[in-house]
Design a protein around this ligand. Sequence first.
Ligand SMILES: *Cc1c(COP(=O)(O)O)cnc(C)c1O
Length: 815
Amino acid sequence: MNYTVQQIAAITNSHTIGDKDLVIKNIAFDSRIIYSTKNTAFIAVNTHKNSGEKFIEAAIDRGIDIIISEHHYPQFENITWIIVENSVNFLQKLARYHFENAALKSIGITGSNGKTILKEWLYQCLWNEFPTVKSPKSFNSQIGLPLSLLQINSTHQLGIFEAGISHPHEMEKLENIFHPQIGLLTHIGTAHAANFQSEEELIDEKIILFRHSEVIIYNGDNSLVDKKIKELYSSRKLISYGLKESNQISIKNHPSKDEKIIVKYFDEEISFPVHQRDEATLTNALALISVLKELQIDNQKIIEKINTLKAVEMRLEAIEGIKNNIVINDSFNLDLDSLKTALQFLKEYNKSKKSLVLTDIVGVNSNSKELYEEVSELVNEQQFDSVFLIGDEISKFKELFKSKIYTFISTQELIDSKHLTDIENQIILLKGARKFEIEKLKDILELRKHDTVLEINLNALLHNINYHKSLLKPGTKMMAMVKANAYGLGSYEISEFLQHHHIDYLGVAFADEGVELRKKGITTPIIVMNPEQHSYGAIIEYNLEPEIYSFRVLELFYEAVQKSGSDKKYPIHIKLETGMHRLGFKDFELDQLGEALSNKNLKVQSIFSHLSSSDMPEEKEFTLKQLEVFEKNSAYLIEKLGYAPLRHILNSSGITSYTNHQYDMVRIGIGMLGESPNSEIQKQLQSVVSFKTVISQISIVENGESVGYSRKYKPDHAAKIATIPVGYADGIPRLIGNQAGNLGVNKVLAPIVGNICMDMMMINVDHIPNVKEGDKVTIFNAQPSLKEFAGYCKTITYEVLTSISPRVKRIYIKD
Ligand SMILES: *Cc1c(COP(=O)(O)O)cnc(C)c1O
């Protein structure tokens, strides 16, 4: 969206206090996750449960200067207010106006299960066909849907939005603001049935969404749904899909595990690779195919797209367990339908013995005796060895179950009983309502395959980004440098997270890093610092933006742009040389550069340079000189160009030490990983990375014996030596062997003794009480810290991180 305060007030019949000409492009409703404050208004949403007005102050502290609220708080100065009668109605009115005036094709998804997964799948399949906008996460409520619709901007050609309801009359309100051209109805189950009189009432309510749809694609397996849609919407294009053969789109064969499925699409037969065979996945795949076909995507492309689908939060997760068990974790929700799906999923595995953990079913209206009779029938069919029931309600009906039955009041009671850890060589299904938190059982049952991990804490990363943002003016953009696999941490995972938090730009070193990100669905602008000549085609194809640092690169790249037939002004970034003497245009080249750019169909998106010593207080004079050259040369070039691209020069330590030179954008790298050369700043940052392993073995090495290759360590008295399964092939330099470096065990430093081996090393733990095999070992980042560890290695933190071998498993922690 893009409206002035005044326009918004007129659209929504609200009044304003303060500057009427400010532009609003985003509306934030959660003060904790405000990322960019530029052109952002905070809305204090009041619901019957909660008032957002208590967070107005926090939003203002974050730098917001436009507040939308039902009440005016004059104590906050220099704030522009939009005063609304009702915050939720306001959002809906604005979203309705915005949607009505947007010229894009839209898909509206509703149903009980599968909405979010289908939305994500559709997005992954369609984003590179059309500029696409979608609801974030599962934003589908009375507030979530309007916020999603407000994300539409003039570049989007397709919108994919979810509409969810949990009470009668809610769809009426959603349909009032959102008229999808293509309506998609997924499976209708009992998940939200609690507030509805009957299944019929629920169906009637959901299909209200399609009042204005031209095409309705629906799961026809439920005959009541099929009947209702045909009655109400006979004049529309109707497409039914589902596992029943009566659907227009269904599955022709009963494929075994490695066969392709053959889909009947009206009169056509198409075979598809779908690897999971549970009914929910197959049904969702049919829905996906139906929509893609409707959008005229050809079969070959659909097959390719399905092949690369990332399973988005597949509810059913199969994990390798301890004692040769397989654990199926479905602790997300529990109703009869999802129980059926989960039980069916078990059949995929050939383990003769099975156990089940099952909790009370919550939030359904039916008579509990009837409900649990049905549950027990389903369960008894499977002939479980043991069934663990958690909850008062289900425990009352334990007689109905035919296996060995154990009952517990809580998940903790089951954990304490230690029954689960006795199970061997079985498949264990964990199926529970969310409030029982049975995912805790997964932690106990899961086999830890990776003793050695690089743990990356994304919450800390966001904290560090926000800390750096807090030093900057609200409007300053931020580019995150994710070159070299995001400093070794995983460029896709980090970029995806940053994109979700609206980072303005991403920076990679080489084109293939950018292509990789695009292929996985990253749509944020990406700058390529080292555009190699052979990669210009890929750069243009994947809409990456090259750094142009010399006339040679400029001419060759422009040739490639012309060859590509692109008629838009292709975005490029001009690098100026200001003292680092690496890459860039020098001052005497600027006239010629202005000339060369003036007759090319290129758009200079930004002009930038790089500081060589922003982390060194002793080089302040030199840095100020660099900044001066940048100011002068960039201003000169802007004058030549006749328009003003973004300017940027600060890296992480530049942001903290030369904040005044932030220009329009800054480029954060090591700072977001929680590292600063300045000890005061360091205290404000949170540690993002930790490299951990466990002790494989402890031996007593006697006086006269030796440790490791070449007998480099010979203790002078009997010493406890621990062996660690990490070596130079994991990225630990050999030079920190022989007591040059330490690792942390139980928060105490233990010196590395002897030579470091390829896959192992030894540490002296003689001084550490109670140390035992299997204990955790910190390679870094606590005791020792990453900085200390880099010190042992006689290098900088950057090199330590980028040297960690890809074979070390990266694990991401979020929320
Ligand atoms: C890597 C890089 C940065 C980030 O540097 P940090 O010191 O990690 O903040 C910024 N700009 C350019 C051009 C870079 O290559």
